[in-house]
Design a protein around this ligand. Structure first.
Ligand SMILES: [Zn+2]
Length: 182
């Protein structure tokens, strides 16, 4: 969360129940895409949660987060893609779960069109959380389906990276993470 807020991390405060609020100026919000997303989530009438760990709560249970399945992005917005939809736990309209060891276990290739692999860069929990939370906001709050919500989250991360060029040393939050550290 504080990673997402970046240089405006001091405008984020957490309550004892784990909810958060943002107290930022218009100028701060305008200049910081990460802060803007957090502010949209804090101000939404929908309740969106984030868990980083080994499992994430779902309705009537929990889902393990593993190397094979490191991310869950659950929403109450109806998903017509077929498979029976897994719903967030009671009290939540949306929830994101990220395997806590994910960043240490993923690498992404970096290169040029001509030379697609000239190096690698590590995944980053903050970047992954930014992508998944933005996507979940557009699904849960705005009622979008996976693809448009995912695409908007990619656009938001591009904007975030223009504001914070230092993020380019880390893999894109949406992936693809091409290699696994054994
Ligand atoms: Zn996505």
């Amino acid at each position: 969360m504080l990673y997402i807020a970046g240089m405006d991390a001091n405008t984020v405060s957490f309550a004892e129940d784990g909810t958060f609020s943002i107290n930022a100026s218009k100028e701060q919000l305008a200049a910081n895409t990460g802060l803007r997303v957090l502010s949209l989530i804090a101000g939404s009438s929908k309740r969106i949660g984030l868990t980083v760990g080994n499992n994430v709560a779902k309705q009537n249970g929990s889902i393990p987060l593993t190397l094979m399945f490191p991310i869950q992005n659950l929403s109450t917005t109806a998903d017509p893609r077929g498979n029976k939809q897994t719903l967030p736990p009671n009290g939540f309209d949306g929830i994101v779960g990220i395997f806590s060891s994910m960043a240490e276990t993923r690498l992404e290739n970096v290169g040029t069109k001509k030379n697609p692999v000239i190096g690698t860069r590590p995944a980053n929990l903050g970047a992954i959380a930014f992508h998944e939370l933005t996507e979940n906001f557009f699904k849960t709050n705005s009622g979008l389906q996976y693809q448009p919500a995912h695409d908007l989250a990619i656009g938001a991360e591009r904007a975030l990276r223009r504001e914070r060029p230092e993020l380019e040393s880390f893999a894109f939050g949406a992936g693809p993470f091409v290699a696994r550290i054994p």
